[in-house]
Design a protein around this ligand. Structure first.
Ligand SMILES: Cc1ncc(COP(=O)(O)O)c(C=O)c1O
Length: 359
């Protein structure tokens, strides 16, 4: 393999997705398994989005609109932007790839934090770009250390805000201090996959920075409940978007995803319910974890990083047998931690009861 496969690909640790419900039910002979492992929306999807999908089923013989015309115009209006500020992708995952291909040359480097979204590393390495990550400080991105680490080849800096898997965030002041005086050729990517869950006042409004070299990434996978359809978007200066459009696949966003997103954007009631259930669930989980004596990292997203003070693999397997799928954090060198997505009230209660039983 050594001489056949690209050596950078051999360096990649494969992405470990949350275990699918069907797989656990099949392997363990269980029913009613719940998944709190991939930060998905526990309420399902907007009914308006689902009915829009049904209406489009008869047109699947056609290619989708490669320009996402209606979606782009609607979202631009909603955000107070020009359609030229937007590009859509097959999930924001695809746009991470597009950003790296568009802005980072073969000898240049992507910089980010350790214990952050693993796709930044996977995509950098598979595109033969250099990659470096800087340790967290108190479970937060250490923007000062990242700025100090900028080298002559550094070209793009990825900041997941809020960060996955810690749930922490960089605040407005920290971000502005970081952006001040950055070398002019560097792109800063603010990945805002979880921004709709944020409940703190000092969270920076990413849109205020796009006239600098900032690119925002957002997704329909979380609050909008459309993870299975794969659709996300980036917001940036039109000149940047124009170059990114050269790199993406011509029909990267499928027809059903476009139709669903077009409706989901307007389903304010669904978004409101999702936010409420998440914030209520977070309060409940904090209270119960305090009672059980398990420390956790304060989160502004729809998941919580929990310190179980014992090998997370063992707890993970025991929880699986209880029919509860969570995410073990061993691959991040957080051997005693799990990440739990905030679910419905029933799911959260089941997780806590299972935890109480097995520990
Ligand atoms: C920080 C972060 N960015 C991007 C993504 C990818 O989202 P999408 O489903 O839009 O590809 C995720 C998904 O978990 C994420 O946690």
């Amino acid at each position: 393999m050594k001489n056949i496969v690209n050596k950078n690909v051999l360096k990649i640790k494969p992405y470990e997705p949350g275990k699918p419900i069907e797989e656990v039910e099949r392997e363990l002979g269980l029913k009613n398994v719940i998944k709190l492992a991939s930060n998905e929306n526990p309420l399902g999807s907007s009914l308006r989005a689902l009915s829009a999908i049904k209406k489009k089923l008869g047109t699947l013989n056609r290619y989708p609109d490669g320009n996402c015309f209606y979606l782009k115009n609607k979202l631009a209006k909603k955000l107070g932007l020009k359609p030229q500020n937007l590009i859509f992708g097959n999930g924001s995952d695809e746009l991470i790839d597009v950003v790296i291909k568009t802005f980072v040359g073969p000898d240049e480097e992507v910089l980010t934090s350790k214990v952050s979204f693993v796709e930044y590393e996977i995509v950098s390495r598979s595109n033969n770009r250099k990659f470096r990550d800087i340790p967290l400080k108190n479970f937060k991105y250490d923007l000062r250390a990242i700025k100090m680490a900028i080298g002559k080849n550094t070209k793009a800096i990825f900041i997941a805000n809020p960060n996955n898997p810690t749930g922490t965030y960089v605040n407005k002041k920290e971000l502005e201090d970081f952006l001040r005086g950055l070398p002019k050729n560097i792109i800063v990517v603010l990945d805002e996959a979880y921004n709709e869950f944020v409940d703190v006042k000092d969270f920076p409004k990413g849109l205020n920075y796009i006239n600098k070299n900032v690119i925002l990434l957002r997704t329909f996978s979380k609050t909008y409940g459309l993870a299975g359809l794969r659709i996300g978007y980036a917001i940036a200066r039109p000149e940047f978007i124009e170059c990114m459009n050269r790199v993406r696949q011509p029909f990267n966003v499928n027809l059903l995803a476009q139709a669903a997103a077009l409706e989901a954007i307007d389903d304010i009631a669904f978004l409101g319910r999702t936010r409420k259930i998440t914030l209520d669930g977070k309060k409940y989980l904090y209270r119960e974890l305090d009672r059980l004596g398990f420390p956790y990292v304060s989160s502004v997203a729809n998941f919580i990083l929990i310190d179980l003070k014992q090998d997370c693999r063992i707890v993970f397997n025991k929880l699986l047998k209880e029919g509860v799928i969570v995410r073990p954090m061993g691959t991040y060198n957080l051997k005693n931690f799990i990440r739990v997505t905030i679910g419905t009230k029933k799911e959260n209660t089941r997780f806590i009861n299972s935890l109480r039983r097995i520990l």
